[in-house]
Design a binder for this molecule. Structure first.
Ligand code: UDP
Length: 328
């Protein structure tokens, strides 16, 4: 099958592309390289293209007989989305609509979409289920929820079938050490902890230590990036087989506090990792844990990396060998 991956040069995308290349799928990656890294795309065809560029997208669809799309290209920083909502609605919604327009023109009616736990906002229940209400608290979460709604309308009107995967906290790196997490600026906990272990940062700031949790710090659900990537392949296969739209959470079902992450990283790295209490980050819910029962039951998805120590060990291998990310 010819599969188009948008945003394939990013952290999630590069792992999805690598997993796809290990099956017999033909992969065509599109990325504007604003945040992505060309070196992270380990094979297949590559196009340096923005999804807002209708003509170029059209050319790509004319050149390859695309049968399914995995749409990951998006901006994904919560804080930035609050400051510059236009950018988020432009890139995550308007450019995404362009993609849908071209897909319909070429009768491509299978789409896997990268959504987010941010669509839930402050959760009412833990673990969070897909049927829980979508009440995002920032433009990033809203842009993803709106796109899911648009996909629902396109299903009803044009029979475009989609699977939306609501990611919790993607973490770790492919065990080959070839690809990993490299954001600029880096905002995610595990890479920041490991950069501190490497001495590239003096200390880690713990955003809030008086939450109503077991040790006062926020609890999150960390899922290994390879497990997350494999879910996309199952999703494409399911669209082939069942031709039905669905929405799935993608998390581990386990929750770890910020302090537990730091302690585990100290154990993995054997380094001190100075950490200091700091102000809460606005809009951070105390606990986010997914129920991933639905994807397990319906797609047969299973985790291969099921403990935090292993997840951090794979991330450490990447960061130690590539302290400057892809520039190293
Ligand atoms: N966090 C922290 N210090 C940092 C970065 C993150 O204490 O320098 C906390 C953050 O408040 C959250 C957790 O670590 O509770 C995970 O944050 P991250 O940005 O990795 O993912 P998010 O849960 O926001 O998607």
């Amino acid at each position: 099958m010819n599969i188009l991956v948008t945003g394939g040069a990013g952290y999630v995308g590069s792992h999805v592309v690598k997993e796809l290349l290990e099956t017999d799928q033909r992969v065509i990656t599109v990325d504007n390289l604003n945040k992505g890294h060309r070196e992270a795309v380990l094979g297949g065809e590559f196009y340096h293209c923005d999804l807002a560029d209708y003509q170029e997208l059209h050319k790509i669809f004319s050149r390859h007989e695309i049968e399914a799309v995995i749409h990951l290209a998006a901006d994904s920083l919560v804080g930035e989305s609050v400051e510059t909502p236009h950018k988020y609605y432009q890139n995550n919604l308007a450019a995404g609509l362009n993609l849908l327009e071209v897909m319909l023109e070429f009768s491509v009616k299978k789409l896997v979409f990268s959504s987010t736990a941010a669509v839930y906002g402050e959760p009412r229940n833990i673990p969070i289920q897909e049927s829980d209400p979508g009440e995002p608290t920032n433009p990033y979460g809203r842009s993803k929820l709106f796109y899911e709604k648009i996909l629902g309308d396109y299903d009803r009107a044009y029979e475009l079938k989609f699977i939306s995967l609501r990611y919790f906290n993607a973490a770790g790196a492919d065990t080959s050490g070839q690809i990993g997490e490299d954001h600029d600026p880096e905002t995610h906990l595990i890479p920041l902890v490991l950069q501190t272990a490497l001495g590239r940062r003096q200390q880690l700031e713990i955003y809030g230590t008086d939450y109503d949790t077991r040790d006062g710090t926020c609890i999150r659900d960390y899922i290994h990036i390879t497990d997350l990537a494999r879910a996309h392949i199952l999703a494409v296969e399911d669209l082939e087989k069942r031709d039905e739209s669905s929405i799935y959470n993608l998390g581990s079902g386990d929750g770890f506090s910020v302090r537990e992450v730091i302690d585990t990283a100290r154990k993995v790295t054997g380094r001190e990792i100075p950490a200091v209490p700091a102000e809460k980050r606005p809009g951070d819910p105390p606990v986010l844990i997914a129920s991933s029962e639905k994807i397990r039951e319906e797609l047969g998805w299973q985790r291969c990396y099921d403990d935090l120590e292993t997840i951090i060990t794979t991330a450490w291998k990447w960061h130690k060998n590539n302290p400057e990310g892809y520039r190293s």
